[in-house]
Design a protein around this ligand. Structure first.
Ligand code: G4P
Length: 197
């Protein structure tokens, strides 16, 4: 998605070879029109596939899951990271180990909102190590629902997330795929090197 790549070049703060901050338009302050366009792009990519629910995990995936839900005219669900007050048997849950944050936590969603009749599109902001996304695919499997695919806004292709998901037979689409980066420099997949600033 060209407009997204341009914003990453113009406003992305590349803190190291592995960490990209996009707080001015995606992750903290959100460009609402861009978020809606991202949702439409996911809907275009998965057009003709019978999706019934969009699924993400709080917090930063929510605005893109909502935008995709609007474009596809279906509800979205976000998995919660805080321990639910509901009984354990009322939720599907999965353990996620965040390599970036060096912590393990559980994500959960109510059994009321996902079941074998559902066909699910998973959406998230970043595809990095894939830990959270693998947890979401576990939840879809536990629910007996069909996983249509995964849509990510930004993929750091040099990390293992895509490989992990593809090993599980998951179809993955990312709107901006970063092949390599360093402070002041970003190169997208299938592009020649372009300087960030
Ligand atoms: P992931 O690939 O499944 O997202 O897992 P990982 O453990 O690698 O990432 C941990 C968290 O850090 C995730 O957010 C992920 O979106 C975020 N993240 C990973 N790489 C980057 C990066 O380069 N830049 C930014 N801005 N974020 C990154 P999370 O735990 O789901 O938290 P939340 O922010 O959504 O609440």
């Amino acid at each position: 998605m060209k407009v997204l790549q341009e914003r990453i070049r113009q406003e992305g703060l590349i803190l190291s070879e592995t960490v990209l901050k996009v707080d001015s338009f995606l992750n903290h302050q959100v460009d609402t029109q861009l978020a809606l366009a991202i949702g439409q792009e996911f809907a275009r990519i998965f057009a003709g596939r019978p999706i019934t629910k969009v699924l993400t995990v709080e917090a930063s995936g929510i605005q893109f899951a909502m935008a995709a839900g609007i474009a596809l005219n279906v509800p979205f669900i976000y998995a919660k990271k805080k321990k639910a007050v509901t009984l354990a048997e009322d939720v599907y849950s999965a353990e996620v180990h965040s390599f970036t944050r060096q912590e393990t936590y559980r994500i959960s969603i109510s059994r009321k909102y996902l079941g074998p009749e559902d066909r699910v599109l998973i959406v998230d902001d970043f595809l990095a190590t894939g830990a959270a996304l693998v947890g979401l695919t576990d939840i879809v499997a536990e629910a007996g629902a069909e996983l249509v695919g995964v849509g990510c806004v930004i993929e750091k292709s040099f990390q293992e997330g895509r490989g992990l998901l593809e090993q599980r037979g998951v179809e993955v689409h990312a709107l901006a795929r970063i092949a390599e980066m360093a402070p002041g420099f970003v190169r997208f997949v299938e592009e020649n090197a372009v300087h960030a600033e």
